[in-house]
Design a protein around this ligand. Structure first.
Ligand code: MIG
Length: 817
């Protein structure tokens, strides 16, 4: 399906323009350009002249369209808004996009093409089908675009491999690799996000392929510097985002597909998981293990063994005689319970299993094209699968979580939702994948083939879960974790990257993988710390947990046959390192929670590649072993055995060492930084105001201390707004927020620090405020609100002047000298 897109010149026969769209007519088909916003254009090309009907489950939102101007000039049709234009060559049909400054990008090499495609050409494996269903499912449509040589290509959703996706063919089909331990370079994992951004100095633009069918991008692999977009489904439909920065592209993408959810504060704490903590006693002992050793913990995950024979929404009462009591015991220690829920419902009819009975009676399960119930094998053996495209089904499924909510469960972990299905019981030899047939019809009207909706299975399960939790417990923000996802899932769930392994490569691959997802609008991501498959070992675990303290979602998880992976499982030295890493996580929570609010407002990912903050520094595009944590911090993880120091590339500006507090030498070239086990390099950008809290054993304990670590830049002013709320409810939407603006003047202007009065209706609990101003040398004195401060100290080791005051929510000004 790479070359095939018969693309012939496609002269424009005539065109019509409406208020927000322009349609050109060609001998074969119609092309429609619409301004869905001033900075987002949508292009659709239907070879048969008929545009597909909108789907009720589409992850793409309707925005208020923008006005479009159309003019014909010099053999070209110019269609655009004040932010973004397309020009179509009237005689060839070839199209390009331009910025208001006249920069050309995403330029077609020829008109779009299409042809009938065979199943083999998709290179999809293990499908039950021998051919694609008749009709539009077989019609491949695509277009080729010129890649500017100085562009880097980033995003492209969940994959392994390098951050810059040039020279790869990337396809979209959600699967669970039954083979343990996917390696570097693997394609088609659990999630599919057909979106990317191209970045060159001066311009970042983005593209979302609006197709849930099997689709793909050839990013200059087949032909150097040629990008091919292709999809099944008979229509080419994509959105172009004007940028011009990576942050603007993510904002545009998440405006169109939904802003990332705001997690409850506890979800940003540390999660401990294992397949499985299998009994009430195990779980209580685990919780107490954390508390005895004073290692902070906010959540324990219960994997599939809590259920009765893997029947979803049941409990095994031998293992958990009184689930509500187990959950309450954890709650008493400030620990939340997260339970796994798989989509497969045991095919257990006439045996009193209400979920299966109700599902059949309500017509909620997938049926084969011949009307028979579709069943396949998963943990409960033969199972039935809800049709999450159906709104009725989603409602039913969401409500089923009532039984878990009553018990006091706080979060839901959706697994196996690619969906992952096999052809026989797992215990039998020869187990192979057994996916849903492509011709199964889905939706309340049975209007779509599984071939069209497959990639949305996990997305819609996560959505059904979130919406159910919200109905059942409207006073609290739901928290859902999902394995499969699509573009838009950021509204409903956090995600983890599935079954990695206890290997250095897997630690390493998490860096670009999570960064890529952030660029695709999914900020709340993490991988299984320590590794899922295989036996972790002390050094790897220590390195991984010091890194994992910065994952937006921080969880340790392991396979049932793996060695224990609790923080104390690798001896006292590693335990100390793990405690320190988790404590650092908790100290940084006020900063991270602000990052979560910023992601919720405009999509800004908190774990991101350097190019996000420095898009004009092309020499930084390839760096994928250093990660920006919000705009203020940069980490430089250690990815191999035995390393004790590493080179750290410094983007422009002045930088501080977070651990020593010292300003780093400004000389050219990379720095060598020490990195003993437990202490990977962490840098802070000049101009930052980091907000740290006291160490807490869980977020249920109060924030009694807020520390502002202030790092003046040499020449530029720095600003930051701390965002807080109750951490749990939706009241922030009605103004129950606290926002505190802070500002630090550059060293060249005296490094004066100002704090504005707190804004908003949320009142933080009483706490002290510690201001720590990092300076090259001790100042002669300090004034607070123009009065000399008596009680301050110079911390020579951390090179900071420290003052402690009561946080009264009022404006303050701290000046050295
Ligand atoms: O077939 O529930 O990715 O996190 O522990 C394995 C058991 C099913 C796969 C998940 C993993 C989880 C495991 N699940």
């Amino acid at each position: 399906m790479d070359d095939p897109l018969l693309a012939a010149p496609m002269p424009v026969l005539d065109w019509v323009s409406e208020a927000t769209a322009c349609i050109t007519r060609h001998e074969h088909g119609l092309l429609r350009l619409e301004a869905v916003a001033p900075d987002i254009l949508r292009l659709r090309f239907a070879p048969n002249g008929r545009f597909a009907a909108p789907r009720p489950w589409s992850p793409v939102l309707d925005l208020a369209p923008a006005g479009l101007s159309v003019r014909e000039e010099d053999g070209q049709l110019w269609i655009g808004t004040e932010r973004l234009s397309a020009r179509i060559n009237l005689s060839s049909g070839v199209l390009a996009f331009t910025t208001p400054e006249g920069q050309v990008f995403a330029e077609d090499l020829c008109a779009p093409g299409w042809r009938e495609v065979s199943l083999e050409e998709t290179r999809l494996q293990h499908l039950p089908d021998t051919e694609l269903p008749p009709g539009e499912a077989r019609i491949g449509v695509g277009v080729r675009k010129r890649m500017a040589p100085d562009e880097g290509y980033f995003g492209f959703g969940q994959r392994d491999g390098r951050l810059d996706r040039r020279h790869r063919r990337l396809t979209h089909w959600t699967v669970d690799r039954v083979v343990p331990g996917h390696g570097l370079g693997e394609d088609n994992l659990y999630q599919a996000q057909p979106t990317f951004m191209a970045v060159r100095p001066g311009l970042a633009w983005g593209l979302l392929l609006n197709s849930t069918w099997f689709s793909g991008f050839d990013v200059g692999r087949e032909y150097e510097d040629v990008l091919t977009l292709f999809t099944l489904g008979g229509e080419l439909d994509y959105y172009i985002f004007a940028g011009p920065t990576p942050a603007a592209v993510v904002e545009q993408l998440t405006r169109l597909t939904g802003r990332p959810l705001l997690p409850p504060l506890w979800a940003l704490g540390f999660h401990q998981s294992r397949w499985s903590y299998g009994t009430d006693r195990d779980v209580r002992a685990l919780a107490e293990g954390f508390r005895q050793r004073t290692i902070p913990l906010d959540a324990i995950h219960l994997d599939i063994d809590y259920m009765d024979g893997y029947r979803v929404f049941t409990w095994d009462h031998e293992r958990f005689p009184e689930p509500a009591a187990t959950v309450a015991a954890l709650q008493a220690l400030g620990i939340r319970t997260v339970t796994i829920v798989d989509p497969g419902v045991k095919h257990d009819l006439g045996a009193g299993y209400g979920v299966a009975e109700a599902g059949v009676a309500g017509e909620y399960f997938l049926r084969r094209a011949d009307g028979e119930l579709f069943s396949g094998w998963v943990w409960p053996d033969e199972s039935l699968f809800p049709d999450f495209c159906s709104e009725r089904t989603r409602h039913w499924w969401g409500d089923l979580h009532g039984s878990l909510i009553e018990i006091g469960v706080d979060g839901i972990w959706c697994d196996m939702n690619e969906p992952s299905i096999v052809d026989r019981p797992y215990r039998e030899p020869g187990v192979t994948e057994y996916p849903v047939p492509l011709a199964v019809c889905q939706g309340d009207e049975g209007e779509a083939l599984h071939a069209e909706t497959h990639n949305l299975y996990g997305h819609l399960m996560a959505r059904a879960t979130w919406e159910g939790l919200e109905r059942l417990r409207p006073e609290r923000r739901p928290w859902v974790l999902t394995r499969s996802a699509f573009v838009g899932t950021q509204c409903w769930a956090a995600s983890w990257m599935g079954d990695n392994s206890a290997r250095w490569e897997d630690l390493e691959t998490s860096l670009p993988q999570l960064a890529s997802l952030g660029l695709c609008g999914a900020p709340h991501v993490g991988v299984d710390i320590g590794g899922f498959y295989g036996h972790s070992f002390g050094e790897l675990y220590g390195r991984w947990i010091e890194l994992g303290a910065f994952y937006p979602f921080m969880r340790v998880h392991a396979h049932c046959d793996s060695r224990p992976q609790e923080p104390w499982s690798f001896g006292p030295d590693i335990e100390a390192i793990a405690r320190q890493a988790i404590e650092l996580r908790y100290r940084l929570l006020p900063y991270f929670y602000t990052l979560a609010h910023r992601a919720h407002r405009d999509g800004e990912p908190w774990w991101r590649p350097l190019l996000f903050d420095f898009p004009d520094q092309a020499d930084l595009y390839a760096i994928e072993d250093q990660i920006m944590i919000g705009p203020q911090m940069m980490i430089a993880p250690i990815r191999a055995h035995g390393l004790k120091r590493r080179l750290v590339e410094r983007p422009p500006g002045c930088w501080y060492d977070f651990r020593s507090g010292a300003r780093l030498d400004a000389g050219p070239g990379p720095l060598v930084m020490d990195a003993p086990l437990g202490a990977m390099p962490i840098l802070v950008r000049g101009g930052s105001i980091l907000t740290l809290g006291n160490v807490r054993q869980s977020t249920a304990e109060p924030l009694s201390e807020l520390m502002l670590e202030i790092y003046p830049d040499d020449a530029a002013e720095g600003t930051w707004t701390l965002i807080e709320d109750d951490g749990e409810s939706f009241a922030y939407q009605d103004g129950a927020l606290a926002e505190t603006d802070a500002r630090i003047a550059p060293l060249s202007q005296g490094a004066v620090f100002t704090l504005a009065a707190r804004r908003g209706d949320y009142q933080p609990a009483p706490r002290s405020l510690i201001l720590r101003l990092h300076l090259p040398e001790a100042p002669a004195g300090l004034t607070l609100d123009e009065t000399p401060v008596e009680d301050w100290r110079w911390d020579a080791e951390l090179q900071a002047a420290e003052v402690r005051i009561v946080d009264d929510g009022q404006a303050h000004c701290l000046a050295p000298g």
